[in-house]
Design a protein around this ligand. Sequence first.
Ligand code: URA
Length: 205
Amino acid sequence: MQKEKIFEQLTKQIDKCRTCRLCKTRNKAVPGEGNLKAEVVFIGEGPGYNEDLQGRPFVGRAGDLLEGLLRIIGARRNDIWIGNVVKCRPPENRNPMVDEIRSCKPYLIEQLRIINPKLIIPLGRFAFEHFFPAGKISRDHGKAFRIGERIVLPLYHPAAALRSEAVLQQLKNDFRKIPRLLHSDSEEIIAVTRHPKDENQMLLI
Ligand code: URA
């Protein structure tokens, strides 16, 4: 089956998912959107107020900032794919709970398998932990990790950058690494290994 068709079916499944408690309070699930041929994907934490109403990722203030950052590197939303760790809004924008993240995890794994991007950019702690449970965003932001054919570049979440000028500057600096990572092998990239029991999880070494 075509990639687009498989993705569409997965999206429909997410739209009607009732696997965890977040389905009871959501307006719309937010499966993710963008270019299925993208070399770069961004993964956020979970939908906020605006995303929940529209069923689209990063359409609020954090989304505006993300679009501004993309412009710095000459990219637009259409060039990339954007998704989230949890597809439904946690009430009052609280942190997603461990069991909510666990039940949503297979969706993100499948989305990334289908898109097969070169560069994955987890935004913030929860997205980073999807790949590296022992990762620490304050320590590891802006470091590029190679996992097989892919590179993972954790960055601060744009919402954190909206609250702190220092984080915003750091995020801008880290963002400028994206084109280099896509187009050359010269960047210092840290090798990582897969988790022995869960091949979708990586271990920092
Ligand atoms: N923050 C996120 O992590 N994801 C969104 O989709 C919007 C804001």
